[in-house]
Write a protein that binds this ligand. Structure first.
Ligand SMILES: NC(=O)c1ccc[n+]([C@@H]2O[C@H](COP(=O)([O-])OP(=O)(O)OC[C@H]3O[C@@H](n4cnc5c(N)ncnc54)[C@H](OP(=O)(O)O)[C@@H]3O)[C@@H](O)[C@H]2O)c1
Length: 340
């Protein structure tokens, strides 16, 4: 198809609540020499989109100001330097922004094929969280078979990706949740056990579940007072990966316990990483995880869909914390795709 001049996209009219997300008419982006132009079928909603909407997570200077960090769809145009893709390919991609739209241009290094057996709506649930967990827990913290991993927010997008990546690698994920439904969901994704943070002592339970060894890796998105809990729950030589601070950007860190256990605490945000780093993460997902994702019977994340124009409703739902898995915005083009 030929590239249209304009499209519908979701703009952030001002920093604020979900209602500031407004459908607007925007120019269709022109792909640069190394980009593909994707006709978007579906776009995933992620925690960082909420932070951007509130005015707390500004896009990098060269990125689209429109929200949306992951999409799936069809390639309709390509820059001259792009190899390895063809027009009409069904792909999923980590965008640099602008995913809440009917079209988005993405560096080809951040684009992957839709796994076999996945619809475009289902595939739109993967890139942002799988890139984040691959970069932090796998590439930086060296996740390896037989490790025990404590996964906070297990029923959310990041948590679900971490549980599934653990099961592919042969590590044992212990999920932290806030109710039984979420615990059951994490078990279905492959967690070996769940801890209900509303009524159980997290560190004590981790020690009991691991015969006193502790968690070799911790994926945390809560921060604040939980940092000391993570240290108490860690095994000697452990590594705590911080990807968000939902309950506190500052923490009191028991340094002696960190030293005694020989621990590492690292933090990272995906969005400002270089194109080369994002391409390296994509390569790792392609080689290490895509075959498992394409296997028959693979459990896909639970998905709730919203029309693109109802992005505000999807953000309100995510803020309510009722959801399990992922919230996905669907364009007119993606409307016929299956969601479960
Ligand atoms: N560093 C990076 O590169 C990177 C990349 C992607 C996302 N993130 C961040 O990771 C966080 C999670 O993203 P997501 O897409 O997985 O979100 P999500 O789907 O909403 O999941 C968050 C999970 O954390 C739990 N949670 C516990 N305390 C919470 C609190 N105070 N506020 C909100 N949730 C809380 C929630 O379940 P319960 O309340 O039931 O426990 C929920 O299941 C976000 O802050 C996001 O910005 C960071």
């Amino acid at each position: 198809m030929t590239r249209p001049d304009t499209m519908t996209a979701i703009s952030i009219s001002a920093p604020g609540g979900p209602d500031v997300l407004i459908p607007s008419t925007q120019p269709v982006p022109a792909p640069g020499p190394g980009d593909v132009l994707i006709r978007v079928a579906a776009a995933g909603v992620n925690g960082p989109d909420l932070a951007q909407r509130r005015g707390h997570y500004a896009p990098p200077p060269d990125a689209s100001p429109l929200p949306g960090l992951e999409v799936a769809g069809e390639i309709i145009a390509m820059g001259k330097a792009v190899t390895g893709f063809a027009l009409g390919d069904a792909v999923m991609a980590l965008t640099n922004g602008g995913g809440y739209a009917e079209y988005v241009a993405v560096p080809a290094g951040q684009v992957l094929p839709v796994p076999e057996g996945w619809s475009m709506i289902q595939a739109a649930a993967l890139p942002e969280t799988w890139f984040t967990v691959t970069q932090t827990l796998v590439m930086r913290a060296g996740l390896a078979p037989a490790m025990t991993v404590l996964v906070h927010g297990g029923a959310g997008g990041i948590g679900g990706a971490a549980i599934q990546i653990c099961s592919i690698i042969g590590a044992r994920a212990i999920a932290v949740v806030s109710d039984e439904d979420k615990a059951n969901y994490c078990d279905a994704l492959g967690a070996v056990a769940s801890i209900d943070r509303t009524r159980e002592n997290i560190a004590d339970r981790v020690m009991a579940l691991t015969d006193g060894h502790g968690a070799d890796r911790v994926l945390d998105l809560i921060g604040g007072a939980l940092t000391a809990v993570n240290i108490a729950a860690s095994a000697r030589g452990g590594h705590i990966v911080q990807v968000s601070t939902l309950e506190g950007a500052n923490a009191t860190v028991p340094l002696r316990a960190m030293m005694a256990k020989d621990l590492t605490l690292s933090g990272s945000t995906l969005r400002p990483q270089s194109a080369a780093t994002k391409a390296a993460i994509a390569d790792r997902i392609r080689t290490d995880f895509l075959p498992a994702l394409s296997a028959p019977g693979w459990i896909k994340p639970q998905i709730a869909t919203y029309p693109l124009a109802s992005a505000a409703q999807a953000h309100a739902e995510m803020e309510s914390r009722r959801h399990r898995g992922k919230l996905i915005l669907v364009t007119t083009f993606g409307a016929g795709e299956k969601a479960s």
